[in-house]
Write a new protein. Structure first.
Length: 303
């Protein structure tokens, strides 16, 4: 009799402990500053907390009626189902993007792991909005790789890209050319119209050149009023045609202060095996020749 009563008390105590743990888990679940969603392997929602619903702009009732691919914009339905089937314990951590109810998209850091509840596999997902962090990272990257005035790439970015393109040429034989240009008499522009107008010329011309090259071409502010264009998959003749086109575009453009400017261009092609210094000196020599021969012209130097 005593043993039976003791057993009943133990079961009752265990039941109370389970209830307390469940209650504590619910408090932690709802009070979490991270969005939490528990998924079934078919992509439907088993449970979610208020923070997850708030993160996506839905009510908790709406979230419970949705499938994960309705808000995930990074992975397809097929990819998601494959991931849900493979996730174990421990799970994985990844970055993805989620669509909010208002149509906006946020960046999310996702940690997930699988568990078993009442004999069924569930995927426990902790979601953290990292949109602001990603924007900050992008801004830091932009400052590190671009020129503040013109928005063009800087020499640091160019050096890395040039190394990559030289390697491609060495490995696959794909051609690559450089175009260097410099505004004629830019000091006179600054003296006559002021440095503010001079800066505007650099800004406007940067947009103009960028709009007239291929998306694969890299336009770089080399320094002062000097600029460089890396032209991948291009022979000398192609780069010369591009330089002549840009020379005419700049000559014909009317800048904001209602005046025209001209620029001189030097063009060369990379010779597999030569050093960066040799290549850069040759394109600089080509530009110098254009200046020496009257300016507002294109000069080409081959190896």
């Amino acid at each position: 009799m005593g043993t039976e009563v003791g057993s009943q008390l133990s079961e009752s105590l265990i039941d109370e402990l389970r209830k307390e743990r469940a209650s504590l888990w619910r408090i932690l679940f709802e009070q979490s500053r991270d969005g939490i969603v528990v998924l079934k392997v078919d992509g439907s929602v088993f449970e979610a907390n208020q923070e997850f619903a708030r993160m996506l702009g839905y009510s908790i009732e709406e979230i419970r009626q949705m499938r994960v691919w309705e808000w995930d914009v990074h992975f397809s339905k097929t990819q998601i189902l494959e991931k849900l089937a493979k996730i174990g314990d421990p799970g994985e951590q990844l970055e993805t993007r989620k669509s909010r109810k208002d149509g906006s998209v946020i960046d999310v850091e996702l940690s997930n792991s699988a568990t078993v509840f009442e004999g069924k596999k569930l995927i426990f997902c902790i979601c953290r909005d990292i949109t602001q962090r990603k924007l900050l990272e992008a801004e830091i990257f932009r400052y590190a790789t671009t020129d503040n005035l013109t928005g063009l790439f800087n020499r640091r970015s160019f050096d890395q890209r040039l190394t990559e393109e030289m390697d491609l040429t060495m490995r696959y034989g794909s051609p690559m050319a450089l175009v260097m240009y410099d505004f004629d008499g830019f000091k006179d522009i600054n003296d006559a119209h002021g440095h503010v107008q001079g800066d505007k010329v650099l800004e406007q011309s940067a947009r103009l050149v960028r709009d007239n090259v291929r998306s694969t071409d890299m336009v770089v502010r080399w320094g002062g009023e000097e600029f460089m264009i890396l032209v991948p998959q291009a022979r000398l003749v192609t780069a010369k045609v591009l330089a002549e086109k840009l020379r005419q575009v700049l000559e014909e453009y009317v800048f904001s202060a209602r005046f025209h400017v001209t620029a001189s261009f030097g063009v060369t092609e990379y010779v597999p095996g030569e050093s960066k210094d040799t290549l850069l000196k040759r394109v600089d020599d080509a530009l110098y020749r254009a200046k020496a021969r009257g300016r507002n012209r294109v000069e080409v130097l081959s190896s």
